[in-house]
Design a protein around this ligand. Structure first.
Ligand code: ATP
Ligand code: MG
Length: 887
């Protein structure tokens, strides 16, 4: 029997036993914070077992996609190394909710395995719960007695609480279970081992393995740890499909069955390498080499992980950096590394196996077939992105591991974190590679580094979305091109947390709200009914739908509402968007056809348009553009809109498409006279609505890209008033002169003239002061000493000092304390011999003396100046300089 036939036979058998055949629940769980992935068939019946959901129909059966890679059940480390644990596997199950119990379950299981599938009863062993004295639960004699109908006593084995008492969690339904094990050893193996199957049950022998677990839920574990009888007995069974197929196909490894062989064959074909089946290994005269064993493991890992990742993506869980998404990314990266290291695959590999997987499993799981393109794209992209850093990461790790000084065989947690953070190595991958080399990883240090990073990230604006709460299933209808108000219901909502702020996002069944897209901001408005009004602060576009952002949920989210767009803002945005189209058109006319839109932003207040052009747009060109746009506004050209036009037809209409933009098969074309563009935005009904258009700024944003900022309508009006007010004020300064320009011109000329005159007077004054001071100079030990405190600007004081130095022959010490607008200034000027022969330094002296005017300064040895705050201290400061000179 083929795998597909076996799956069908299970369903058929239980259908004949009055079971409803139900579909597998998704493998990815979205609404249970305690469980990310389905790990057993019973997960989807939790509510029924807990008594909160209708148990009808009471008999059910299915095949359930399970993933055991995290939490209580995690088989990841075994996968590929053994031949009977997978990450993703199918669990065949039958359930009875208060219908048949132990006898029915045991009889049916036996009938199916032995009578229908013809498994050899001599190879089957069953376990029963041995009992627990401390819990006061006796041995499950009941089950043993029903088994005894089918198997000899030495095939019934007592099992302990760990293997044979099943509990859903710390509290809740629980009960004993019975496992069915198969001894699948070859006659040679049996003979060679000398052990009976009975002795190998539950001993991790790869050929004596559990295939089916029958759980008899009859107790409820209470919070205090005690047990009470369940009101309804429940049968919950789970049989590993891949293991069953292996038994029926007479194989000794799950990977040798037709569940995996087609994928492994495809791997062989792509890699040019050979996989060794169990038979080939058994018949080989020599044990297989280490490198061949590595190839075998790698091929099993890739075949297994391919399934896990593909099914997760089909169930809506894309690889990502957090939670369930990260589990999937980890599995995928683990496979990529196996393929890279052991199968020599330096480029994307897994995605090439998808056609085979879909061919084999697409009929039983149509979700795979339906989403093949998506799955392929996602996996390829993930592979490509990890392969970009894998090589560097592996060499870094190898370098660390070969570092001879590492006496302890522990990899530094900081290195492990660097591999994680920089090279995308999940910790378990680093651990795996370390293990292969006899190393462990300092996990504690890794966690410390991780914690540090989390703290760094906490400050960044992290957005967290809760899952959608679905009120009514359905798709949204956008009516915003025709309406600004519309009756609606909420289809679904979710909570969004950003920097501790909470918002809700709503999806309506019908909405007039335009969600931010194509540079145009989203609409704002309200959701109203007779009971309440909810403000919609923004709207954005996601997956082709408008998502409405609100600060609070309506009290009754299921009620009918009227969605009303804020039309003032909407009309202003629309006018700006239309103006952007006219601007684009005019720029092409004025500057040339090379002008191509490179970005655009349209809000109610402003518009911004980036375009390719290679030099500054001149003022004349800007004017020309403005005139052209305003002409088109005055022509009041009607909006000519074509919705759902096939792409090619739109091109024929002459519409301008943008590079790098993805368009669907059907597009919308917006035309205003000669301006014709592909556009999904909201526009004015005619250009006249824009009112007026004015460019405010022109600048460069990047090489070859210019930006124009402009404004329209009401905002232009406001700007005009502002300018008028400024002009009025200026006129009033000049007595409301009629010829304002002429008057200002005259004032400027007069000002320049007066400035020159003042400068002339000042120069004369300095000249006179210099003469007077030189005449009055004292002589101390052969040095001419000049001191003075006078009102004068700093520049004039400097001028004065230099004039004095030029006028005096021989040794000179001149100290001028000047003040200007109550600002004191101290200037020291000396002849060169005072520096060379007397050892004086004007810079040092001025710093010391400036303390008296609460200031500081410096300069050269022969000339220095200092400013200060205390004019009253000027004459003391001048005296201080003379004192310091010590003539
Ligand atoms: P095992 O001890 O072999 O890991 P289990 O005790 O974890 O099995 P159950 O939780 O009882 O198994 O699951 C029911 C059945 O599902 C098992 O009898 C087995 O056939 C199958 N099964 C469990 N885990 C895996 C797995 N990782 N891959 C494939 N089949 C599995
Ligand atoms: Mg297990």
């Amino acid at each position: 029997m083929t795998a597909n036939e076996i799956r069908e036979s299970f369903k058929k058998f239980f259908e004949q036993k009055q079971h409803a055949i139900v579909p597998s629940a998704p493998m990815v769980i979205k609404d249970d914070p305690t469980l990310m992935f389905t790990n057993a068939g019973m997960n989807q019946w939790k509510d029924i077992i807990l008594g909160t959901r209708d148990p009808e129909p009471r008999r059910r059966a299915d095949t359930q996609k399970c993933l055991r890679v995290s939490g209580k059940h995690n088989d990841l480390e075994e996968v590929g190394h053994d031949t009977y644990h997978h990450t993703m596997f199918e669990m065949l199950g039958n359930w009875s909710f208060g219908d048949y119990f132990k006898e029915g379950a045991i009889d049916m299981a036996w009938e199916y395995l032995v009578d229908v599938l013809k498994l050899n009863p001599e190879d089957l062993y069953v376990t029963v719960f041995e009992g627990s004295p401390e819990e006061n639960i006796p041995r499950d004699d009941e089950a043993a007695q029903y088994w005894a109908k089918h198997v000899p006593a030495d095939h019934i084995i007592n099992g302990n609480k760990h293997d044979n008492f099943w509990e859903m969690g710390d509290t809740g339904p629980c009960g004993p279970c019975s496992e069915i094990h198969v001894d699948s050893r070859t006659p040679e193996q049996k003979a060679a081992s000398g052990k009976t199957g009975r002795e190998l049950v539950n001993q991790d022998d790869p050929q004596v393995i559990e295939i089916w677990n029958l759980v008899f839920m009859q107790f409820n574990r209470k919070a205090d740890g005690s047990l009470e009888k369940l009101s309804m007995n429940v049968i919950d069974t789970g049989m590993g499909f891949e293991r069953l197929v292996r038994m029926l196909q007479g194989k000794h490894s799950n990977y040798d069955t037709d569940v995996f062989q087609p994928i492994i064959k495809a791997e062989e074909q792509i890699t040019g390498l050979k996989y060794t089946t169990f038979e080939e290994e058994a018949n080989s005269p020599e044990p297989i080499s280490k490198s061949q064993d590595e190839i075998n493991v790698a091929m099993r890992v890739c075949a297994d992980h391919l399934r896990a990742v593909s099914f997760s993506i089909a169930d809506g869980q894309l690889p990502s950096n957090a939670k369930a998404g990260y589990v999937i990314r980890r599995i995928l990266r683990r496979a990529v590394r196996y393929a890279y290291t052991f199968l020599g695959q330096k480029d994307g590999f897994l995605y090439k196996l998808i056609p085979t997987l879909v061919h084999e499993m697409g009929d039983a799981f149509p979700e795979l077939k339906a989403q093949q393109t998506l799955i392929t794209k996602v996996i390829k992209e993930e592979e490509d992105s990890f392969l970009r850093t894998l090589d560097k990461g592996i060499s870094l790790l190898e370098k660390e591991l070969s570092n001879k000084e590492l006496s302890s065989k522990v990899l530094d947690g900081v290195v492990a974190f660097r591999l994680f953070d920089t090279y995308g190595f999940p910790l378990d991958l680093t651990e795996l590679i370390c293990r292969e080399n006899g190393f462990t990883v300092d996990e504690e240090q890794f966690n410390v580094e991780m914690q540090k990073q989390k703290e760094r990230a906490r400050n960044a604006a992290a957005v967290e979305n809760s899952d959608w709460t679905e009120l009514t299933p359905g798709e949204q209808q956008f009516v915003g091109y025709d309406y600004t108000e519309y009756n609606c219901h909420i289809l679904r909502y979710r909570k969004v947390t950003q920097k501790k702020n909470e918002f809700y996002e709503l999806v309506l069944d019908a909405t007039p709200f335009y969600g931010e897209m194509g540079g145009q901001v989203g609409d704002a408005g309200v959701l109203v009914n007779e009971n309440e009004t909810i403000e919609i602060i923004d709207a954005k576009r996601e997956n082709n739908q408008t998502v409405h952002i609100v600060k609070q949920l309506p009290k009754d989210p299921t009620a009918e509402f009227m969605a009303c767009v804020d039309t003032d803002k909407r009309h202003a945005s629309a006018a700006n968007h239309t103006a952007t189209h006219l601007l684009d058109y005019a720029l092409k006319q004025v500057l040339g056809d090379h002008v191509e839109q490179k970005g655009s932003f349209v809000s109610p207040d402003t518009l911004r348009f980036d375009f390719s052009h290679f030099e500054k747009v001149s003022d004349e060109q800007l004017r020309e553009v403005e005139r052209m746009v305003n002409d088109m506004i005055r022509q009041d050209i009607q909006l000519d809109e074509h919705r759902d036009v096939p792409f090619d037809e739109a091109k024929k209409l002459g519409a301008i498409a943008l590079f790098g933009e993805k368009y669907g098969d059907k597009v919308r074309v917006v035309r205003f006279g000669p301006s014709c563009e592909f556009c999904g935005g909201i526009h004015a009904s005619s250009t006249g609505r824009i009112g007026f258009f004015k460019i405010i700024a022109e600048s460069s944003v990047a090489a070859g890209i210019r930006r124009i900022e402009a404004t329209t309508g009401r905002d232009c009006e406001e700007r005009l008033y502002q300018m008028e007010d400024i002009l009025k004020n200026i006129k009033s300064f000049f007595n409301n002169a009629k010829d304002l320009q002429g008057v200002i011109q005259k004032y400027i000329e007069e000002h320049d003239h007066m400035k020159k005159e003042i400068e002339g007077f000042q120069a004369q004054a300095v000249e006179r002061a210099a003469q007077r001071l030189v005449e009055k100079a004292r002589e101390v030990n052969g040095v001419k000493v000049i001191t003075s405190v006078i009102p004068m600007s700093p520049a004039a004081a400097k001028d004065l000092a230099f004039k004095i130095r030029a006028a005096v022959e021989g040794s000179l010490l001149c100290v001028i304390g000047s003040h200007d607008n109550n600002k004191p200034q101290l200037s020291i000027m000396m002849s060169d011999d005072m520096v060379s022969d007397h050892g004086l330094n004007a810079g040092q002296m001025v710093r010391e003396a400036a303390k008296l005017i609460q200031g500081g300064g410096g300069g050269q040895p022969h000339f220095a100046q200092a400013g200060g705050k205390n004019t009253d201290g000027l004459s003391a400061a001048v005296d201080k300089v003379i004192e310091l000179a010590n003539l």
